[in-house]
Design a protein around this ligand. Structure first.
Ligand SMILES: [Zn+2]
Length: 150
């Protein structure tokens, strides 16, 4: 696979990425989520501690699912962008994201420069918000750290 000179994707590269996106989507959709272990009979709960543990597990599972759903949305969005012919273009500056970045992160929506900038401003926002509302910022931060690394 060669990189086109202007950074835009060749049809072959686009096809390859489409295959990756479709495979990713399929693997998520076909995943069998077994949550039955979290639905124990009340009698099986020996004490409050067990119940708390089960709640933690259920919360983890839920978070994991949310992450998957989030990723699924991104996959669908990327596939939609391929259809519309806007895939591989940065949402911020409209410049090409680049095949290397897209192969590593097929759902990338920003080029590396805009991504770095947005991460920087996210950090700045965090410090600004911190003094205003600590609790809210911490829950916000938790959400962010749970974000899938795609
Ligand atoms: Zn950009």
């Amino acid at each position: 696979m060669s990189i086109s000179k202007n950074g835009f994707l060749t049809p072959a590269q686009l096809n390859k990425i489409k295959e990756i996106l479709l495979a990713e989507r399929e693997s998520i959709e076909n995943k069998d989520h077994d949550t039955s272990s979290y639905c124990l009979d009340k009698n099986e709960l020996s004490d409050v501690l067990d119940e708390a543990n089960i709640n933690i597990q259920a919360t983890k599972e839920l978070r994991f699912r949310n992450r998957e759903l989030f990723y699924l949305k991104k996959l669908n969005k990327s596939l939609d962008r391929i259809k519309r012919g806007t895939y591989g273009l940065c949402e911020d500056c409209d410049g090409p994201i680049g095949i290397e970045r897209l192969m590593a992160r097929p759902t990338a929506e920003l080029c590396i420069h805009c991504k770095e900038e947005s991460e920087l401003s996210e950090k700045n926002n965090f410090f600004q918000n911190k003094s205003k509302s600590l609790g809210q910022t911490i829950s916000d931060l938790n959400c962010r750290s749970q974000r899938p690394n795609f």
